[in-house]
Design a protein around this ligand. Structure first.
Ligand code: SER
Length: 266
């Protein structure tokens, strides 16, 4: 599958689920002193999440050009260290503004990855937010239960606030998230160590591809969290990472795609 087809399949899938397709927003953010460059697909929708403006469409999908050199989720220090961080990349995303929530976001992500892109479900692990007592945030059992209706429970892992609570910046919309990780290693490697032990461990072949964020809070300037009047969905899938996964799939030589890169890093 060519990268242009990978992108188009994503947009077609969500268009068929009644999403309006929008163009990528500009890279330089105007009228928001909290962030310099667009670092996520959701930036342009911040006023909708906060309830300051209403979107004409409550379901949107797009592919957003992102620059992750500023903001809370800043990848500048990661680039060149591993095989899967870029400062500039494209993020495929679908959004719900006060419309669908965790169930649909999870089920559609699963359907797209396993039925449209035909990624082998045995390669997939997901994480859900384990909760954070200091912030009085509970474990996301709801997302966990939806996942467990789709994949074996041992593939649903707990993640901490750093990995599983997404925030746009020091202030702004935020919420627990559920990440989808793909294990691209050979069967031989998998027999030695389970993919579950390598999720979020910076392994070059066990990588996060998609982040499903369930936005329900606003982080205020004083650091406190306030509940938003409505609940929203903000998902972001790394387009280049997805292409890497699908390239491995079609060539049937998953590890060969990475071997030269890994050698270079070593
Ligand atoms: N905002 C989330 C992220 O950038 C999901 O789109 O990862």
């Amino acid at each position: 599958m060519k990268s242009a087809e990978v992108r188009q399949e994503f947009l077609n899938f969500f268009e068929a689920k009644a999403h309006t397709i929008l163009p990528s927003a500009p890279m330089v953010i105007k009228d928001d002193p909290t962030l310099m460059f667009t670092n996520a697909g959701m930036n342009q929708f911040k006023p909708y999440f906060l309830g300051n403006q209403n979107s004409k469409n409550n379901r949107i999908a797009n592919t957003q050009k992102c620059l992750r050199v500023s903001g809370k989720h800043n990848d500048l220090e990661e680039v060149g260290i591993d095989t899967y961080h870029h400062t500039f990349f494209e993020m495929l995303g679908n959004w719900s503004f006060g419309d669908y929530f965790k169930k649909e976001a999870i089920e559609w992500a699963w359907e797209l990855l396993t039925e449209v892109y035909k990624i082998n479900p045995d390669k997939i692990y997901v994480t859900i937010f384990e909760g954070d007592p200091a912030e009085k945030l509970e474990k996301d059992t709801e997302a966990s239960d939806f996942w467990k209706s789709l994949i074996p429970r041992e593939r649903v892992l707990l993640g901490n606030k750093k990995d599983n609570f997404w925030e746009m910046g020091d202030q702004g919309p935020c919420g627990p998230c559920s990440e989808i990780h793909i294990d691209l290693r050979s069967e031989e490697e998998k027999a030695k160590i389970s993919g579950a032990d390598l999720v979020n461990q910076d392994h070059p072949q066990v990588i996060e591809v998609w982040n499903l964020v369930f936005i329900e809070f606003n982080r205020k300037a004083n650091g406190s969290l306030e509940s938003l009047p409505q609940k929203h969905v903000d998902t972001g899938m790394g387009f280049e990472r997805l292409c890497m996964v699908l390239q491995g799939k079609t060539s049937n030589y998953d590890t060969d795609v990475f071997t030269p890169l890994i050698k270079e890093i070593e």
